[in-house]
Design a binder for this molecule. Structure first.
Ligand code: DMJ
Length: 566
């Protein structure tokens, strides 16, 4: 006993003189301050390791595990200590410039998230997005009267980053204010990827029942959109009446490939959670139709009639209108624990057709994905198409024998081209679309293509390519993007898109998109985190970056038999 060794001091301390008591108390308080202060000088990984979050980092929490925790434990997890980083921010920023190997750059991304979130909370709480210049909220008309898109889109990002106070306020909002009884025109696709994806992911990460309740209620409301002669859903649905119709701009009342082809992951999980096979039946029907239909040169055009089940126009694109359909094929295969062979086959056949018909090399040696209009190539690549570096990367392992390195090389080349579209601009951010004709090489030629709206796709590919190769250039490129975002998109009250990436004096568009919080900042955070934070073997990210767990082949807990649909 330490106290016994001090001369003249009894073990109980009752015999201490006043001066001795004072010295002892001084010593004790010094010790406490020292221990507490030391917390702030520890590397962030160590501090994070003292929270439940570290259990994700070390891969100790597996998908679905929090479901098995007792309510008390769950609550305990909810009280994870928030990482205090503000005071360290400037210091770290200075230090990291020369060294990308050792420092916790993810902390900076966390700080950006906190800034984006705090401003949304202050000026736009409950609205769908923040308008950071005018300091107000934006509701828009994509979500059929649903509110709080930024909140639902942020739940998992906040949780993953360990911003627990913020996560708790978001959860409370969902509990008390997310009203699903709305009556407006909603995009089936947007509601699915942001709200259904966001709530599913929040449920799987935290085990909080409220997310499951809300997502099942919302899932049911989307079902009437599939009541068409073919079962291919229309793009727009009234969440109140269930009436659905096609977008006015979509040719001849058609449905869009990237919209009806981007429901699979979420709908499988709706069945998994509820035990109701209806959700899976709906998306399997889409799959079967697409598998059977004749495809021009093996390609999937972007417009299909929900009445006749035929293609309406022969426009093919791996960017807007087509993009996430391909993404969901390979991810359906991965999310099925590699059992969904139909998705596997469709994905690699589509890749073969894409390579034969769309993959091009520019005179300057840049690999890009052109668009296809009835056999004529348009030598343009959209920012949206830049997700494909990551997609081709994660698909490299399971293609035809001997193709692994080929796919990894293609993924790296496309990611390189997308990085070039950033590095060739004055702001070091990329345009909405860039071209490879009339002397252009990865630059926008039209004024209307020069904007950047805080999109994630290029950073998304950096994150996957980093995980797959550990080539430090992907972290360097990610850091360039952080610097550019900080310099050109950060305004006093949040982050804003910009109108022209080639203008060194930027003009802001006054919109902090919800996918900036859900995707861009999450992918940056993951790029700078250890690989065991949401390992790719266990989690699949939906197209809005919401992580969904792989459905294990022999999951004893499975409420519903996934394989019976294959
Ligand atoms: C996001 O909502 C999703 O990534 C979607 O698949 C495409 N567009 C935005 C981000 O750019």
């Amino acid at each position: 006993m330490v106290l016994r060794k001090l001369p003249g001091v009894s073990a109980s301390g009752m015999g201490l003189r006043l001066s001795q008591k004072f010295v002892f108390l001084l010593f004790l308080s010094g010790l406490v301050t020292l221990c507490f202060g030391a917390l702030f000088f520890l590397p962030d990984t160590v501090r994070l390791n003292s929270t439940g979050m570290s259990r994700y980092r070390r891969g100790l929490i597996k998908p679905g595990m929090s479901e098995t925790l007792s309510p008390e434990k769950r609550q305990g997890e909810g009280k994870m200590k928030r990482v205090r980083i503000e005071t360290r921010y400037l210091h770290i920023k200075r230090v990291i410039r020369g060294d990308f190997t050792d420092l916790n750059l993810f902390v900076l991304c966390l700080q950006m998230m906190k800034f984006a979130w705090d401003n949304y909370k202050r000026y736009a709480w409950g609205n769908n997005e923040l308008r950071p210049l005018t300091r107000n909220g934006h509701l828009g008309n994509m979500f059929g009267g649903l509110r709080g898109a930024s909140i639902v889109d942020s739940l998992d990002t906040l949780y993953i980053m360990g911003l627990m106070e913020e996560y708790e306020e978001a959860k409370e909002w969902v509990q008390n204010n997310l009203d699903l009884n709305s009556n407006g025109e909603a995009s089936l696709f947007e509601v699915n990827i942001r709200y259904v994806g966001g709530l599913l992911s929040a449920y799987y990460l935290t085990g909080a029942e409220i997310f499951k309740q809300k997502v099942m209620e919302l899932g049911e409301k989307l079902l009437p959109a599939f009541n068409t002669p073919t079962g291919i859903p229309r793009g727009v649905i009234n969440l109140g009446s269930g009436t659905s119709w096609s977008w006015g701009w979509a040719s001849a009342g058609s449905s869009i490939l990237a919209e009806f082809g981007t429901l699979h992951l979420e709908f499988l999980h709706l069945s998994q959670l509820s035990g109701n096979p209806l959700f899976t039946e709906k998306v399997m029907n889409i799959r079967k139709l697409l598998n059977k239909i004749e495809k021009p040169h093996g390609l999937y055009p972007n417009f299909l009639s929900p009445v006749s089940g035929n293609w309406v126009q022969h426009h093919v694109s791996i960017g807007g209108l087509g993009d996430s359909f391909y993404e969901y094929l390979i991810k359906s295969y991965l999310m099925s624990d590699k059992t969904d062979q139909e998705a596997q086959k469709m994905y690699y056949s589509a890749m073969e057709a894409i390579e034969t018909n769309l993959v091009q090399k520019s005179p300057g040696g840049l690999t890009y994905l052109a668009e296809w209009r009835g056999g004529i190539l348009d030598h343009k690549m959209g920012h949206l198409a830049c997700f494909s570096g990551g997609m081709i990367g994660i698909g490299a392992d399971d293609g035809p024998a001997g193709q692994r390195q080929h796919y990894l090389d293609l993924a790296a080349e496309i990611t390189h081209t997308c990085h070039e579209s950033y590095s060739r601009s004055a702001t070091k951010l990329g345009p909405e679309a860039f071209r490879f004709d009339a002397g252009a090489e990865a630059t926008a030629t039209r004024l209307s293509d020069r904007y950047y709206i805080l999109r994630p796709e290029v950073i998304e590919s950096y994150m996957y390519m980093w995980r797959l190769t550990h080539d430090p250039k992907y972290r360097e490129w990610g850091w360039e993007a952080v610097e550019a975002l900080e310099k050109h998109c950060r305004v006093d009250a949040g982050f804003s898109g910009i109108r022209d990436v080639y203008a060194s004096t930027v003009s802001h568009d006054n919109m902090q998109q919800s996918f900036f919080l859900s995707e861009t900042l999450k992918y940056l955070y993951l790029l700078f985190s250890d690989d065991d934070l949401l390992p790719l073997e266990d989690w699949v990210f939906n197209t809005e970056a919401h992580p969904l767990p792989v459905i294990r082949k022999r999951s004893s807990k499975a409420a519903f038999k996934f394989d019976s649909f294959l």
